[in-house]
Design a protein around this ligand. Sequence first.
Ligand code: HEC
Length: 121
Amino acid sequence: MKFKLVPICVVSILFVLNSCQYNVESMLYGTSDCPTIEATYQSHIAEIVDSECAGCHSGSDPSGGLSLTNYDQVVAAVSYNGLADRIQLPMSDPDVMPPNGGLNACELAAILDWVENGSPF
Ligand code: HEC
């Protein structure tokens, strides 16, 4: 009895560990599940920046002196304020934006693809 249970336990533990690992990996790197999009500022980027960044980067005293409330400001931040670098930093980096690393893999991929495509409006 004892000996029969051991392999069953080992197999179930491996199964559980394996599924955890799979989940973590797909969360970190799994952009293959993202919808394939030709992101434009109006179609996708404005919505992401509004919900994830504008809470701090807007108003009369925006965080870091950086406003991210319209196309020109976001494009300028990509060119002059290292926007694309800041959103790609690991969550443990104090410079990551948003500060809690709150962009999900698809939002990150959408912004990076958009920048790579020349930031279409
Ligand atoms: C909770 C508030 C908060 C949110 C949300 C936030 N930021 Fe920031 N951001 C800051 C603060 C504070 C600074 C200034 C300190 C620093 O540079 O880390 C800053 C600085 C920056 C800078 C550098 C500005 C410069 O010229 O030095 C960039 C670029 C930036 N944020 C982009 C973003 C983007 C893009 C998002 C959304 C994906 C975002 N931030 C979301 C608070 C925030």
